[in-house]
Design a protein. Structure first.
Length: 965
């Protein structure tokens, strides 16, 4: 078969009409050999990897021997129901069924079971998890899910019209979101729980033409004759346009500022060149589609190696330094060997949950409850104990220093109270859309903080302690344009800015506050092929810096020469590339060396910085482990006496309180920088000014605080321009991270980020935020939290559709997905926002599950699908889309067919393309959601579905009682 580009795909058959060979357009072949009874015996992939199948007397697969030699075995009853599944590590899961062949239980290798109960119509009415908590469902006469009652007593209710279309959803708090449909069944209006509406219009081909937001602003789309989006025009008149080739591959985009990006593809449609002007990024793939190499615009090449199961086993940077990975037969990461040759070893239990991580300097052990929640962790600092409520939400944490933090939630899953170790509390209230409206922290001596929002859920005002008023204004695409803090009508801090079509700041006017600007200076840098700085010359003051890196890419030493003196900073890292210590030495021209400071950093088993020793003075940090950034709640001394409390609200620092009851209210800009503190009376007592990359330019006042630049996100200011984030340490002097991004080049490429492992904020520090030390897009979303709660609502509705309860990490991922989408809408169009929402939600949930031990390694297949589906569904949820939810051969039709096969155990595996169709269709079909909820629902629906249908996409950990054949 030849397509419009002349690319040929060939399929060969035997005399029994079995497919024996397929050859793709690049000449890669997959061969299938059959037994005499016509069942597949071997499948040989394009790289020669062989999978072998054996069957029982009834033709059910009894064993699968994979390309890496691992063998899975299965047993079946006479009816063809799967009874046991034994993985390649010999861990067995058992299943039971009722007379209708519906699964009634799934029992894990430890004997803990998830149970299902059905009504007389065969509909699932009760699911009992491994901790004994029940979720119940009711159904309409037409078999639509009517309600879900959760273990904590909360209920979600669905309402349908006469055509069985989902017209409204009432959440557990009693708030209702609704859809309105036209005669063609397309969603033309969605009304959120606050009563604000988004309206849609369509053309005759069911393409979405316009979206009108609650403020009346219209975004429009234009399509070509094949119904592909060729232009999206935002409410400010800026447009993004797309160009395609004959087979529908994207060949070029033109952004809001008229900048053109071009794409070249290989015969299989994979991007091999991405070009903007004269700048090219090149990509190479193996026969299985794995990215084998990336070549940057400087012609530096980075390579990736894979095993026979297509798992990344080697990553080689541009200067030939290699990181290696070793997996066990079921795909758990058993060992990582960094480029320094330092191994990190991992052990797992029968549920593939990590039980131990060991390196030359650490030995961490993990324990779990029956639902897979991390309950105990023992590391070098001591034991951390965690407990959970009936919804598997984190209820209490006792850290290694015996400091206890507890959380309480409402029926919507929002935290309504946090109790600090000394009994002080902070309470929260929310509006129907999940926006934080009230913060009560009277035990800290603070008056109630009240937040207000506009119809688009943008934060517009805050009544702050000290009788202060904060106000925020936005342009028509919800990008912050001005903000101020006033006392009795007079501004004490005020700024406004203008932005270009991409959202980048063009001007910023400081109307009230510290106006100190950085003096003129220049830096000349030299880099090696791995983007590591080899030398840096500065003009004002005249100085020369020479960094040194180890093989793992960590900055181990910086030698600074200035005014006849030499200063050395020596950094020590652990095998996981975490900064352990910083030693600063001054060398005089006479050859005398004086150690000026020594800072030591200690982490728990989840990588959280808990103890800092600065020249002998010990600080302990009590962390909020429910927070994505684990912001500190308290700082204590070495014996547990409180030094400072920190109060957080709306994803930002609200206040710092000293032991002498001195209150400091923090005032933050949109980049998370603390620009000022006021006292309890509302008087401005401190102001700060920073360079774009974080160097402190000026500070007026005497308040000592660890939270300055990016302080709103819990980034710890360790002095000398050193900032400590969740995953990495950042140096404001060199404007670079001290170590490579832990996600790695391959991860950055998946996320379509700037492929530079050391750069801060994608080299745009006034636009992107790297609050977490990882890819700026994810960090930005996590840090700002815009739309996060809406994302949580999306996850809840997604769970309603999927008929399951998600882990708290999935809810966190949905919060971040919603945050990412909402925040990226400030920067770009809805397609890009959807992509970032999908990516951020998936990334966050996966990293959290890795941190809590529910997942062993990052699943890039899952991420890629969620990213793509986020982009595909970014325009509007709940719509009728030709080819997706409507029409023969549509995504929805494919979804229904394949899901039926899955439920009937008639299929072994599903391709990524088919999985994409399934989850896309089930996402866009009839969701009563506002567009800001997309990020949460993409993660909420896509994530669980991928783990259920795509065994090729990564390891599966689920408490849903559903078999695999």
């Amino acid at each position: 078969m030849k397509d419009a580009l002349g690319r040929e795909t060939r399929t060969d058959y035997d005399v029994e009409h079995h497919v024996t060979n397929t050859v793709d357009a690049a000449g890669h072949a997959m061969r299938i050999a059959y037994l005499a009874n016509g069942l597949p015996q071997t499948v040989t992939g394009p790289r020669g990897e062989v999978t072998t199948y054996a069957y029982d007397a009834y033709g059910n697969p009894s064993s699968i021997t994979r390309a890496d030699g691992g063998t899975e075995t299965r047993t079946w009853n006479a009816r063809g129901d799967l009874l046991t599944r034994t993985d390649a590590n010999t861990n067995t899961t058992a299943f039971t069924y009722n007379g209708r062949r519906q699964m009634t239980s799934e029992r894990d290798p430890f004997g803990k079971a998830v149970s299902n109960v059905y009504n007389d119509a065969g509909l699932l009415v009760t699911t009992i998890d491994k901790r004994g908590h029940s979720t119940t469902r009711t159904w309409t006469p037409t078999y639509k899910e009517k309600s879900i009652r959760y273990p904590d007593g909360g209920s979600l209710t669905n309402f349908y019209d006469a055509a069985d279309r989902l017209m409204a959803v009432r959440d557990p708090m009693g708030f209702v979101a609704s859809n309105q449909f036209d005669q063609a069944g397309r969603v033309i209006r969605t009304v959120n729980a606050r009563g604000f509406a988004v309206s849609n219009s369509y053309d005759q081909s069911d393409n979405l033409l316009t979206v009108r937001d609650p403020a009346g602003n219209v975004t429009s789309n234009q399509y070509d004759a094949l119904n592909r989006v060729v232009k999206t025009i935002d409410v400010l008149g800026f447009s993004v346009s797309n160009q395609y080739n004959e087979v529908g591959w994207l060949t070029a985009t033109v952004d809001q500022e008229g900048k053109r990006t071009e794409y070249e593809h290989d015969p299989l449609g994979r991007v091999i060149v991405q070009r903007r002007g004269a700048v090219e990024h090149r990509f190479e793939y193996d026969a299985s589609g794995n990215r084998m190499a990336y070549v940057n615009p400087k012609n530096a090449r980075m390579g990736f190696g894979y095993d026979k199961m297509n798992r990344l086993v080697a990553e080689t940077n541009a200067i030939s330094q290699v990181t290696r990975y070793v997996f066990d037969p079921v795909g758990n990461l058993r060992q990582k060997i960094n480029a320094n040759g330092q191994p990190i070893n991992y052990s797992y239990n029968a549920l593939n949950l990590p039980t131990n991580r060991q390196s030359a300097i650490e030995n961490v052990s993990f324990w779990y409850d029956p639902n897979g929640n991390l309950t105990n962790m023992v590391d070098s600092l001591g034991t951390t104990r965690q407990s959970y409520d009936s919804m598997n939400r984190l209820a209490k944490v006792v850290d290694p220093f015996n400091q206890t933090v507890s959380n309480q939630y409402n029926l919507a899953g929002q935290r309504i109270k946090i109790t600090y170790p000394d009994g002080k509390t902070e309470q929260f209230a929310y509006n129907p859309n999940g926006g934080l409206t009230n913060v009560i922290a009277s035990s800290f001596g603070l008056s109630t903080t009240v937040y207000s929002y506009n119809s688009r859920d943008n934060l517009t005002g805050a009544a702050l302690p000290g009788s202060l008023a904060a106000s925020y204004a936005y342009d028509n695409v919800s990008r912050l344009s001005s903000w101020s803090v006033s006392k009795a009508g007079s501004n004490i801090l005020s700024r406004s800015c203008t932005r270009n079509g991409l959202g980048f700041k063009e001007t910023e006017d400081i109307q009230a506050g510290l106006e100190v600007l950085d003096g003129p200076s220049s830096q000349a840098r030299a880099h090696n092929a791995a983007d590591q700085i080899t030398s840096m010359a500065q003009s004002v003051p005249s100085a020369q810096s020479v960094p040194t890196f180890d093989a793992a890419g960590n900055t181990t030493q910086v030698v600074l020469s200035v005014k006849g003196q030499t200063f050395s900073t020596i950094n020590r890292f652990d095998p996981e590339n975490r900064l352990l210590s910083v030693t600063r030495i001054r060398n005089s021209p006479q050859g005398q060396s004086v150690t000026t400071s020594v800072v030591q950093l200690e982490y728990d088993g989840q990588g959280l910085l808990l103890r800092i020793t600065d020249n002998g003075a010990v600080s302990r940090l009590v962390r909020d482990r429910l927070d994505q950034l684990a912001r500190p709640l308290m700082e204590t001394d070495g014996v547990g006496n409180t030094v400072r409390w920190f109060v957080w609200a709306n994803a930002r620092l609200l206040a710092q309180i000293g032991t002498n009851s001195v209150i400091r209210i923090a005032h933050i800009d949109e980049l998370g920088r603390v620009l000022g503190f006021t006292d309890s009376n509302g008087a401005l007592v401190d102001e700060f000014a920073f360079s774009p990359y974080g160097r402190l330019i000026a500070h007026s006042g005497t308040t000592a605080t660890p939270f300055t630049w990016l302080g709103s996100f819990g980034v710890w200011d360790a002095g000398h321009g050193l900032y400590l984030t969740r995953y990495r340490a950042y140096d404001a002097n060199s404007m670079c991270w001290l170590s490579a991004d832990p996600i790695g080049i391959n991860g950055l490429l998946v996320r379509q980020s700037l492929p530079h492992l050391y750069v801060y904020g994608n080299a745009s520090p006034l636009f992107y935020i790297d609050a977490n030390g990882q890819w700026a897009g994810v960090d930005d979303a996590i840090a700002l939290g815009a739309g996060a709660v809406i994302g949580l609502v999306g996850q809840g509705i997604a769970d309603a559709f999927a008929g399951q309860l998600s882990d708290w990490e999935d809810y966190a991922g949905s919060a971040v997905g919603g945050a990412a989408m909402g925040e990226t809408l400030l920067y770009a169009g809805p397609v890009a926002a959807g992509a970032v929402g999908g990516a951020a939600g998936n990334t966050t949930a996966q990293w959290l599950k890795m941190g809590t031990g529910k997942q062993d390694s990052f699943n890039y297949g899952q991420l890629a699908i969620e990213t793509g589906l986020g982009a595909a569904t970014g325009l509007i949820p709940g719509q009728r889309i030709a080819g997706v939810t409507a029409g023969r051969g549509s995504y929805n039709a494919v979804a229904n067919q394949m899901i039926t096969k899955i439920k009937n155990d008639q299929i072994e595996n599903i391709t990524t393309k088919t999985a994409s169709k399934i989850v896309t269709a089930k996402f866009v079909q009839g969701a009563a959601l506002e567009s800001s909820m997309v990020g949460g629902v993409v993660h909420g629906i896509v994530g669980p579905t991928i783990s259920e249908v795509g065994t090729a996409l990564g390891p599966r950990n689920t408490t849903q009682a559903r078999p695999h054949k």
